[in-house]
Ligand binder design. Structure first.
Ligand code: T3D
Length: 263
């Protein structure tokens, strides 16, 4: 059978393509397992300095596959969605937040339910102009998951987060950009090239500092200014002793491109 996650290495970029196009790349148990394995492998490979995630076909990801027989039933025979979340969606969101390299997402088509929030978990999200985002959960009697309750108000603010999730309305890529949910909308024909070029640029940058930046920004959400300043001092102190800082400063002084290697 075809891989549910296509894996390619281009330069220092690991490209992961969700590959169940006939079901709009919705998540089955098996696709979750392959995606976790692919992210773990990328995290553990020093040749990987950025990850690019995209989808095959006309959709990006339609969230949980609502026909997946792997969807667990509890002892009473009713769906045990808590188990699905603990087994699949929590590890996915946590894995992306803990990736040792930047994660770029190229949203090539519709991103619905957990598929949308999975995209929002990534560090920099580009979307094709024809792509769209749907918080489909309320349509089927659920709340946002895959980190949506945490991400949406932080990215877009409470008013927009609530309106999007309560209505389940489709949001265009342009509106997603306007709301601050994603970084940039690009023309459909340019999406893959632009996303890859961005991933290549990030791959040439000091991975350790980029990842520490993500971690510090996320941590700041629950810190006072004083504590955020302490965190900045501590992390900056660590980075200041690392190879990449010495290299970055030397390259600046010698007016040459830096060659970063910490990860
Ligand atoms: O265990 C748990 O449930 C917990 C986890 C919850 C997390 C969640 O993600 S809950 C939200 C689940 N997702 C949805 O509710 C979205 C369902 N899909 C849609 O509403 C629509 O497909 C879209 C709006 C995303 C796209 O619409 P459209 O008209 O462009 O495409 P389509 O015709 O609806 O879909 C194309 C095919 O993909 C179709 O199959 P077919 O008829 O050609 O054989 C459709 O059934 C299939 N598909 C789309 N989404 C899913 C799906 N199959 C299974 N599960 C899906 N989520």
């Amino acid at each position: 059978p075809d891989a549910l996650i296509q894996i390619a290495q281009r330069g220092h970029v690991r490209v992961l393509t969700l590959n169940r196009p006939t079901a709009l790349n919705s998540f089955t148990q098996d696709m979750h397992a392959e995606l976790r394995a692919a992210l773990d492998a990328a995290a553990g490979d020093s040749d990987v300095r950025a990850v690019l995630i995209t989808g095959a076909g006309r959709g990006f990801c339609a969230g949980q596959d609502l026909n997946d027989p792997g969807m667990a039933a509890g002892a009473d025979g009713k769906p045990d969605i808590a188990a699905v979340i603990e087994k699949n969606y929590r590890p996915l969101a946590m894995r992306i937040q803990a990736m040792p390299v930047p994660v770029v997402c190229a949203v090539n088509g519709v991103a619905a339910g957990a598929g949308a929030n999975f995209a929002f978990c990534c560090d920099i999200v580009l979307a094709a102009r024809s792509a769209s985002f749907i918080q489909a959960f309320s349509r089927i009697g659920l709340i946002p998951d895959c980190g949506g309750t945490w991400l949406l108000p932080r990215l877009a603010g409470r008013a927009r987060a609530l309106a999007l999730t309560l209505t389940g309305d489709k949001l265009s890529a342009a509106d997603a950009e306007r709301f601050g949910l994603i970084w940039q909308v690009v023309d459909d024909a340019d999406l893959q090239a632009q996303a890859f070029a961005l991933a290549m640029r990030l791959a040439a940058q000091p991975s350790k500092a980029l990842v520490a930046t993500r971690q510090a920004l996320d941590a700041s959400q629950s810190l006072s200014l004083a504590d955020a300043l302490s965190l900045e001092a501590r992390v900056q102190g660590e980075l200041g002793r690392a190879h990449d800082f010495a290299e970055g400063v030397a390259a600046f002084q010698q007016k040459r491109p830096a060659v970063f290697k910490d990860r």
